[in-house]
Design a protein around this ligand. Sequence first.
Ligand code: BES
Ligand code: ZN
Ligand code: ZN
Length: 501
Amino acid sequence: MQVEAHRGPIEQLDVQALAVAVFKKEKADEGFLKKLDELSGGLVSSALEAEEFAGKEGETAYFHLLGNDKLKAKRLLLIGVGDPSDYKNAQVSQMAGTAVRSLRSKNVKTIAVVPRAHGDAAQAASAAVEGAHIAVFDPDKYRTVEKEEKKIDRLVLSIEGAEEDSLQRGVNAGKIIGEAVNFTRDLANEPGAYMTPTDMAERAREIANEFGLSLDVLDEARMEQEGMGSLLSVARGSDQPAKLIILKYTPKNPVPNTGELLSFVGKGVTFDSGGISLKPGENMELMKYDMTGGATVLGAMRAIAQLKPPIPILGVAPCTENLPSGKATKPGDVVKAMTGKTIEIINTDAEGRLILADAIAYAKKLGATKVIDMATLTGAVSIALGDVNAAVLGTDQDLIDEIIAAGREVGEKYWQLPLDKEYSKQIKSDIADIKNVGGRKAGTITAAAFLKEFADGISWAHLDIAGTAWGDEAKPYRSKGPTGIAVRTLLRIVDRASQQK
Ligand code: BES
Ligand code: ZN
Ligand code: ZN
């Protein structure tokens, strides 16, 4: 899909279809809609008068413009976007995504999207282009028969009166960010057999080579040298060797060094069977997406390498399978993490926290001062927050507030859960320093309390994306399957941190 920007009047748009945002209760006899109504030969006012369409969020109305010579486009799609005061970049992105998926299904090849965004043109353009890219991802990579082949070839983003420079900058950034989100979704969607820890390291190498990042991949021998007994204990049951992927972005023209190193750490369990504490069979196939946190780190670093912010960023992805075998770690075993802490393994299915413990410790060793980790960590987060909000917890309230604010700007929702020290009592062990599960109560919180043990001395926040990383149903602006949650939030945080400096 080729994307270009346009800032002139809409009648000149030389495409097959126009997709236009319409606000709730907007009138067809004033402002922009009046003009559109005239250009469309009265179709807009007729749809509004018939109460077929009222601009409510999610509503659409579709017309063929027969015998019309005022517009070059011969089809018109109105997309309701609700209240103007609630129409922010997150909604702009969804509007563009809805336009793309809806018109693609009607076999339109060239479209113009008129999001009618107010505010910063570069950011609005980026949001729209992100949404358009995210909309074209489909999870049916391995379908060979009756595959839907409809494709949009050309998309024109039309923001009337915008400054050329800002518009172009936004379109460029939107492409980079949208492609990064789809990169992460593609990895999460791959079957476990095609996305082993070695495959993930290979993808990281491709990113590093193509876009210019430094890469280090620790194999099991090096993990052994570093004393990463916690990470290694998860890998023990698998024939696939674990990999600890380190990607580093260093700016050419850094802002004066504040000594800060922002770091992203993501859980990369390429298949989670539960290990000896084997999971039930139902839905186990979905455990291929248990590496989404790691894929999020790779996707974000891929975009960062192209967006070139003025601050350094470290990305860490511990990758392993979690399988049962005669060599696998057993409940009751005690392992020693890189920090020297001893851990009693109560349940081998609580493996994500075990690999993150050593990954966070290693990020600290590499100089990380601020760590955001993301992980499909607990089923409990789906019970608490469903698929609407991801959970955020941590030790630095400013960082948590920053994540929530950045998420709101890009349309990714986070809800903070508490992390009082009382919860840490639940992970005390009789035989070792701590144990890897804290009982039935507050499962998402006790998982975070476990991670907190390895995040002392730094600013740290944790995102539990187990409920939000996979969509069971398609939305008008996105397919079902991997959602790519958190990639855009991380990139927004990097952008906001770059502005502040
Ligand atoms: N990968 C799972 C969590 C998960 C569940 C992710 C559903 C996505 C969808 C994690 O490793 C796990 O199994 N957690 C256990 C922890 C328990 C044993 C304390 C869980 O949530 O049941
Ligand atoms: Zn598990
Ligand atoms: Zn898991």
